[in-house]
Design a protein around this ligand. Structure first.
Ligand SMILES: [Zn+2]
Length: 659
C-alpha cells in the first residue's frame, strides 16, 4: 500500500548532496508538508508513494537549494553606490555614513525583499545575514518565503538602530527571544568584527549566543591589515584573540578568514566553527584569497557566500561557486584542487553545516526540510551532456551553469518560483521603490561631496566644534634672545612643552573649502625622548577671516580630534587638489600676560627649511574680545623683542607655495 505524499517530483537528475553524493537518474523526490519524505530512483519512489501533485521535472537537475553562507541582504539598496575604493574608504567614508542617514525599518524591508528576489532567481533558499533592524529582515524573509540565519549586528560605534552597543545587544536578545523556534528563521547575534567591537562586546555576544544556543555570525581576518593591527595591538593573530574573548563558547560562523594560518585553521576546526568563503568580495576589495583547500583538508565546514551586494555587487551564487573552485586551483597551483563536486557541496550541505543548520537543510534526505531547486541543463551554454563520468553533472553546474538556469525554487515545501515566475514578491513594485531611495541617497552624497567640512564630519563621528583665535607670526633670526626674554619679562609661564610636529595639509582649488590638516605631534620630554604621539585632524577655515592692525589675524578652525584614520585613507577620501607637508620643532609656552592667557610658539621649520618663527596666539569669543587681544598679541611680540611689523600674514602653506 503506497504512502501519501503531497508532491512527487519525478523525471529529474536528482543530486542528493548527502554524505555519499547519491545521484538518481531518473530520480524522484517525495515531499510532505514542509519536509522531504523520500529521495531515490524514480521507479522506487513512484511505487512507494502517491501524491495529489506529481510534477514532471523534464530531466532537469533537482538538488538542494543553495546556501548563501554570508551576506547583508538589505544592502541591495546600496549596490553600486561607491566602487573601486579601498575597504576602509568604501566602508567608513561612504557605506557607514549613508547607512547612518538612511537605514530604517522600511529601508531594511525593501532591501531584504530585493535581496530575496535575487536569491530566489539564483537558486538560493537559505542565507546567513548580518545587518541592522534584523527584526525587519526576518519579517521580509518570511514574506519572501526564504530561510535565514539572521544576525542582529552589534558594534562599538553608534549604528542606524542603536546609539550604544548595550542597546544593540539588548535588541539582539529581544530578537533572539522573539524568533527562536520559527520554522524559517534562526535568529543569531552578529558582533561585526574584532576591529569594530571591543573585547567586552565580543564576550557579551558570545555568552548571549551560548545562552540561547544560537549561532554567532562575525567577520574574521578579512584583510592583511586587520591581522597586522591585531598583531601590533595584542601580540597575536585574529583567531587566538577572539578565542581569548571566549568567542568559541558560541557556534561561530566566521566570514572571510582570508588571512589565517594553519594553527588558526586547527583552532576553528577544534571549536566546530563554520567558515563563509566570499570569493567575489575578497577579489573586488583585493582582500586576498582564503586558504580554502587547506581548510577543507582539515575537515572544516566551509560554505560559500556572496557577501553584501555593495561589495560584490550581485547575489549570484553560481558565480561564487565557480570562483571558489577557480581560486582554490589558482592558490594551490593545482587544477585538481577543489573539484566541482566539492564546490557544489560547499554551496549546499557543507554551507548549511557552516551556518549551523545542517540538521535542517543542505541536502535531500528524508526528514530535512524541502528546500529544493530545479536547474535546466539543456541550454546552449551547457550542451552537450556526457554521462560517462558521474561527476560530469557537477562540472556542468559549476563551470557552465548560470543562475538564470534555475527555473523552480521550493522552500520549506512551498514554491517561491515556478518556471521563472516569482510567487512571493512583486519585482516591479520593489524596483520602483528602490529608485526612490537611490534618488535620495544620490542627492545626500552629491551635497556632501561639495563640502570638505561635511565630508570630515561624516567620518569623524565627533561633533563639530568651532573655535576662533587671534594670532600673529613673525620671522625671527635667532630664537635664543626671545627665550631669555620670556624668562625675564613680566610674563607668568604656566607651562612649557616641546613637540616635533608633522603636518600634512590637504588643499583644495576652491579656497572657500579651507584645508584639512593632519597633524602628528611627538611630545618630547626633558631628556629629549619622545614620550607619546598623537594625531589630530583639523579643518582650517579660509585663511583670513579678519585682519587687525599689526597684521594680527583672526582665524577660524573646526576641530575634529583625534585622527583615527591613516593618511592614506584621508588622501583617498578627500582627494585634495594639492598636498603640502611641513615638519617643525616647536617649543610651546602657555603664558599669562596682564591676566590673559596666550600661547607662545617658537618654531624651527625643518621641512621645508624656512628657519625660525615666533607665533603668539589666543583664543577669542567675540569681536570686542578679538580687538582687545589683537592689540595685546602685538604688544607681547614687542615685549619679547621681535617686531610685529615683520609679521608674516601668510600661513606656512603660502610660504611653502611662494618659496
Ligand atoms: Zn560581510
Amino acid at each position: 500500500m503506497p504512502k501519501k505524499a503531497d508532491t512527487l517530483l519525478t523525471n529529474a537528475i536528482v543530486l542528493a548532496m548527502d554524505e555519499e553524493f547519491n545521484q538518481y537518474e531518473p530520480g524522484a523526490v517525495a515531499v510532505k508538508g514542509d519536509s522531504i519524505l523520500a529521495v531515490g530512483p524514480e521507479d522506487e519512489i513512484k511505487a512507494a508513494y502517491t501524491a495529489k501533485n506529481t510534477i514532471d521535472c523534464g530531466g532537469k537537475v533537482l538538488m538542494p537549494g543553495l546556501v548563501n553562507a554570508h551576506t547583508h541582504a538589505a544592502m541591495t539598496l546600496l549596490r553600486g553606490l561607491a566602487d573601486d575604493l579601498r575597504l576602509d574608504v568604501w566602508l567608513l567614508g561612504y557605506i557607514m555614513p549613508v547607512e547612518r542617514e538612511f537605514v530604517s525599518p522600511d529601508f531594511v524591508r525593501l532591501g531584504t525583499l530585493m535581496g530575496c528576489a535575487e536569491y530566489i532567481r539564483s537558486g538560493i533558499t537559505c542565507f546567513a545575514d548580518m545587518y541592522y533592524f534584523e527584526e525587519d529582515v526576518a519579517k521580509a524573509t518570511v514574506e519572501a518565503g526564504l530561510r535565514g540565519v539572521l544576525g542582529q549586528t552589534v558594534l562599538k560605534y553608534p549604528s542606524p538602530d542603536a546609539i550604544s552597543f548595550e542597546d544593540s545587544l539588548e535588541a539582539a536578545r529581544e530578537f533572539i527571544v522573539g524568533w527562536k523556534g520559527h520554522q524559517l528563521i534562526v535568529p543569531s547575534v552578529a558582533p561585526h568584527a574584532p576591529f569594530t567591537c571591543t573585547a567586552d562586546i565580543l564576550q557579551a555576544c558570545a555568552s548571549l549566543a551560548a545562552e540561547f544556543d544560537v549561532p554567532l555570525h562575525t567577520h574574521l581576518a578579512e584583510t592583511a591589515i586587520e591581522v597586522e593591527n591585531m598583531q601590533s595591538e595584542h601580540g597575536m593573530p585574529v583567531i587566538p584573540y577572539v578565542e581569548k574573548q571566549n568567542l568559541f563558547d558560541a557556534k561561530v560562523l566566521a566570514a572571510h578568514c582570508v588571512h589565517v594560518d594553519f594553527s588558526e585553521i586547527m583552532t576553528l576546526k577544534h571549536h566546530g566553527a563554520g567558515v563563509a568563503h566570499n570569493p567575489s568580495s575578497n577579489l573586488k576589495l583585493a582582500s586576498g584569497v582564503a586558504p580554502v583547500s587547506e581548510m577543507l583538508e582539515e575537515g572544516l565546514n566551509v560554505g560559500i557566500g556572496t557577501d553584501g551586494p555593495a561589495s560584490n555587487n550581485d547575489l549570484n551564487m553560481f558565480e561564487e561557486i565557480r570562483l571558489a573552485a577557480f581560486l582554490a586551483k589558482y592558490r594551490t597551483n593545482d587544477p585538481t584542487s577543489l573539484p566541482a563536486r566539492t564546490a557544489v557541496a560547499m554551496a549546499t550541505r557543507m554551507g548549511a553545516d557552516a551556518i549551523h543548520i545542517g540538521h535542517i537543510t543542505g541536502s535531500l534526505e528524508p526528514g530535512k526540510r524541502a528546500d529544493i531547486i530545479l536547474v535546466e541543463l539543456e541550454t546552449l551554454h551547457n550542451s552537450p551532456r556526457f554521462s560517462r563520468d558521474p561527476n560530469g553533472v557537477y562540472a556542468q553546474l559549476v563551470y557552465a551553469g548560470k543562475s538564470t538556469d534555475v527555473t523552480d525554487v521550493m522552500v520549506n515545501g512551498r514554491w517561491v518560483m515556478r518556471d521563472h515566475e516569482l510567487q512571493t514578491v512583486n519585482e516591479t513594485e520593489l524596483l520602483e521603490h528602490a529608485k526612490e531611495y537611490a534618488r535620495q541617497v544620490d542627492s545626500f552624497l552629491i551635497e556632501r561631496e561639495q563640502s570638505v567640512i561635511a565630508k570630515l564630519i561624516a567620518i569623524g563621528g565627533a561633533t563639530e566644534a568651532e573655535s576662533f583665535e587671534v594670532q600673529a607670526k613673525v620671522k625671527i633670526p635667532d630664537p635664543q634672545p626671545i627665550i631669555e626674554c620670556l624668562q625675564k619679562a613680566d610674563i607668568e609661564i604656566v607651562y612649557e612643552r616641546h613637540y616635533q610636529e608633522y603636518d600634512t595639509y590637504f588643499v583644495f582649488d576652491d579656497p572657500s573649502q579651507g584645508s584639512v590638516r593632519h597633524r602628528e605631534d611627538e611630545f618630547v620630554n626633558k631628556d629629549g625622548e619622545v614620550e607619546y604621539v598623537r594625531a589630530r585632524l583639523t579643518h582650517v577655515g579660509p585663511a583670513q577671516e579678519g585682519e587687525f592692525p599689526s597684521k594680527v589675524l583672526l582665524s577660524r578652525s573646526r576641530f575634529l580630534a583625534p585622527a583615527t584614520q591613516s593618511l592614506r585613507f584621508l588622501r583617498e577620501y578627500f582627494q585634495p587638489d594639492k598636498e603640502l607637508y611641513i615638519e617643525k620643532d616647536r617649543l610651546r609656552w602657555l603664558v599669562r600676560y596682564k591676566g590673559i592667557e596666550f600661547y607662545v610658539n617658537i618654531d624651527r621649520v625643518d621641512k621645508p627649511d624656512l628657519g625660525h618663527f615666533l607665533e603668539v596666539k589666543s583664543r577669542t569669543w567675540s569681536r570686542r574680545d578679538a580687538e582687545l587681544k589683537a592689540e595685546m598679541v602685538a604688544e607681547l611680540i614687542t615685549v619679547l623683542g621681535a617686531s610685529p611689523e615683520e609679521t608674516v600674514t601668510e600661513d606656512y602653506m603660502e610660504i611653502v607655495e611662494v618659496g
